[in-house]
Ligand binder design. Sequence first.
Ligand code: AHR
Length: 658
Amino acid sequence: MVFPKLVIQTGIFAYAVSSVTAVDISVSSTGGNATNGHQYGFLHEDINNSGDGGLYAELIRNRAFQISEGFPATLDAWHPINGVELSLKNLSIPLSDVLVTSMNVAASPEQGEVGFFNDGYWGMDVKASRKYSGSFWVKGAYSGQFTASLQSNVSGETFGTANITSQSTAGEWTEHEFELTPSKDAPNSNNSFVLTFDASGVSGGSLDFNLISLFPPTFRGRKNGMRTDIAEALEQFHPTLFRIPGGNMLEGLTNRSWWDWKNTLGPLKNRPGFTGAWGYQQTNGLGLVEYLEFAEDIGMEIVLGVYDGLSLNGDITPESQLQYYIDDALDEIEFIRGPADSKWGSVRAELGHPDPWKLQYVEVGNEDWLSGGWETFKEYRFPNFLSALNEAYPDIQVISSGSYYDGYDIPQPAGGDYHVYAEPDTLVAEFNKFDNITTPHIIGEMAAIHPNGGSGWDGPQQPFPWWGGTIGEAVSLIGYERNQDRIIGAAYAPIIRNMNRWQWAITMIQFTADTVTRSTSWYMWELMAAHTMTETLPATSQFDPLYYVAGRNNQTGGHIFKAAVYNSTDGVDVPVKLAFEGVAPGTSGELTILTGPEDPYGSNDPYTGVNVVKTSKTTIRSDKSGNFQFNLPDLSVAILDTSPATTRRWNRTTRRKT
Ligand code: AHR
């Protein structure tokens, strides 16, 4: 327990000369607290094209020429083939009430094979092993074939083709569906979707197209589902908490453009465009049902955000008009978990989900202390929501979108939400932040984003999660986990970023059309989340530079110790001597240690694909006094788990060992 500090502090990292004795930690077998078992998760909203062009697997960009308050219909991503004229038209017979604009393709008969192509969300990943499912709606008299294909933008090579016999007529919209299996892999993602037809078969000089869609095989084979490689990268860090739908996306830019869940239900042709909050039009394709299915597929507990009358521009709903939004939130909850014969439960059943989903956590609003919303939130918006939700659903944990800001006394029985985007020193300094709170909290958004000394809300962000920041996050996560009887869970945010268009640099995962890069933080969160404690146990409290939490998993029978070392004196290893009361001498445990690159600012750069995180796994045994003894390097994260190897992994959905 001796860390003589002769420290020269440079930036986040300390250099000094020291002699070190072990941190001696005894863990009691009693007096702990039950955890809720879903500590680690993430926030998803469509930022950084993380929804459209990201997690949502649709390959066609601007598939339905949608319109919203913030954006007109455009021909973005669409390009003519063989001299046709592409234009937007609002026909007297639109595809639907909400998809009112379509693309007119004008050609004269002698132009031959004509059409258009779409270059997707900055390319398309084309693989021979995949069956792509496509569809499009067309109106106009055409007798002949449509040809759908995937082609290289570089060489013009065609990788796969489907021929579709036209059913199209002049008087109405007709949907055409097809499947397309490439015969070879494309060498890169610089590819387009191409649709052509024979102009000589068209009467009337043009055809009108709308809702042109192409999906690769999706995660778990869900229709209208998620992109497999991104979903797998998320699933593989074992998240068990899923906060949706934001974030700023929930609030919207104005009180006419908040995320209205009712616009996201049912057939795609009934979903209008959505302005979103991040500077681009969204499709509403990744809707409430898709989120719930994804949560179900991965085994995540939902934290549902409901709009509470505050938007980002400072629009605030007066109390006299608030009931509309309270009713809307009650409808949404009924849709998710009401009986199949209730008004909104029956809509869910009609959409193919007769069984209710689980919903235990509902958060009112997002960051209501911002945008001038705090006073009205405290005065009438939150109290009105809280009493209505408590009355209708007494078992739901209602969460205020704010925490104890300005001395706010969160009304009981509500919980709070704390957000922290910070430098690593701040995350480490907050290790004890929740030790004395009694009100349950989520950490609804957290990440290390600024280098030490470079912070302030508007300060520069690092380009990617970096190892020193990852360790800062680990220390905060350990602090939350020590209080997991009250901390419902922590969510990384924002979670993913399309490297072709993004608004926020620091994300756990970066991707392009055909790559997925796990950041340094992904590896740390994965390790932490892979070892679930069902109970935390009291332990000797001797922190800095070693931060830790101990507990056990009553399903696997194992004892667990999670630790991080941040800025050890002289950068030397920290020896640890650890004993769990009641654990016999000679017990074996798996010790996993993550260390980073020599440069603590090192990152997993998506352009090189090099993983700078090193993982070491060893089996160690407690000595004859029952102590586990090991050294932890500076800037490392470690987990010791004594669960028998066969029971170490347990099923996150059933919360039972597999
Ligand atoms: O995660 C990015 C944004 O940060 C969220 O939308 C918002 O809640 C926060 O300010």
